[in-house]
Design a protein around this ligand. Structure first.
Ligand SMILES: Nc1ncnc2c1ncn2[C@@H]1O[C@H](COP(=O)(O)OP(=O)(O)OP(=O)(O)O)[C@@H](O)[C@H]1O
Ligand SMILES: [Mg+2]
Length: 287
């Protein structure tokens, strides 16, 4: 079964993202804060239709993924709605956006999920993950720095230096130890003192989140022998200080990281692509 335009919608904990797809080709994207899932989905669908200069009848299906997708009906404005498991959607989005046929997809949103994708998406499995993610950045920044804006946190982190609030392996052991070199982190925020600057604390928070995600990614990638096929998606992949920490840590562990263009749309792309390519989009999920 092949369709004309599929609209993929990802109703995330903080933002809803939507993409219009023809096969693997992205025709348009849009995002809005997740408030009322139905109103947000209809709003983004309308926005994409106007942006593409087409009409509602050119869209054949709405593929919906994300935590709050279960709240939506099976038909919206006469369009068929298909719900896609979020793990399937993120895993599929990762390989569609990069062109790899197998990968460890690290989906970093409010929290972080690790997904094993094999055989061009024929088998997809949730490996686990960590509650440390974008929500952790915002939560720590709110209480430690009194900041609620991700933009301000990133700006401050770029002015600061995590080395002034973290303890390195060399500082504790005197040299490298095991697989860790002397300049790697032994204790995130382990050097925080009464006079630590807000900029250094912001850099330390971003580094903590990045390094925790890099550590679980390294362990999963080595167990699965996917060290050269790791894909990072989700909105946090667009935050330079966090991305830099992840890249630095993974490269020191010999893991190759790919960040596709539009990483924040991976779940929406994966949902739309699955539904346009397959009758049962969730059949690939290994539980
Ligand atoms: N402009 C922004 N505004 C708010 N948060 C942002 C922004 N840019 C990046 N972020 C980070 O992205 C995180 C949310 O990422 P994303 O939108 O991928 O998650 P989500 O899909 O809404 O959540 P989940 O998938 O966990 O349900 C926030 O916690 C924040 O740290
Ligand atoms: Mg998400």
């Amino acid at each position: 079964m092949r369709l004309k335009i599929a609209v993929g919608i990802d109703i995330g904990g903080s933002t809803t993202k939507a993409v219009a797809l023809k096969g693997k080709e992205i025709l348009g994207v849009g995002e809005m804060p997740s408030s009322d899932p139905l109103a947000t989905s209809i709003g983004l669908l309308g926005k994409l239709i106007v942006m593409m200069g087409c009409s509602l009848k050119d869209v054949e299906v709405l593929a919906i993924a994300g935590g709050r997708s279960s709240q939506l009906p099976d038909s919206i404005l006469g369009l068929r709605v298909v719900k896609v498991n979020e793990i399937v959607a993120a895993g599929t989005g990762g390989i569609v956006l990069t062109g790899l046929d197998e990968a460890l997809v690290v989906s970093m949103g409010t929290g972080t999920a690790l997904i094993e994708v094999r055989e061009n998406g024929k088998r997809i499995r949730h490996i686990g993950g960590t509650g440390v993610g974008g929500g952790t950045l915002l939560g720590l920044a709110r209480k430690m720095l009194g900041i609620s804006s991700i933009g301000i946190l990133v700006e401050m982190a770029e002015k600061g230096d995590p080395r002034r609030v973290d303890l390195t392996v060399g500082e504790i052991v005197g040299d490298g130890i095991g697989i860790l070199s002397a300049e790697m982190t032994a204790s995130n925020l382990g050097r925080v003192g009464d006079t630590s600057s807000p900029e250094d604390l912001a850099a330390g928070i971003a580094n903590l989140v990045g390094e925790v995600v890099a550590s679980v990614t390294f362990l999963a990638a080595s167990k699965l022998q996917l060290e050269d096929k790791v894909i990072l998606v989700g909105r946090v992949a667009k935050l330079p200080p966090v991305l830099k920490s992840i890249q630095r840590a993974l490269s020191s562990f010999g893991v190759k990281l790919m960040v596709p263009k539009l990483p924040e749309y991976a779940v929406a792309v994966g949902a739309g692509y699955r539904v346009s390519a397959e009758d049962d989009p969730n059949a690939c999920l290994i539980r």
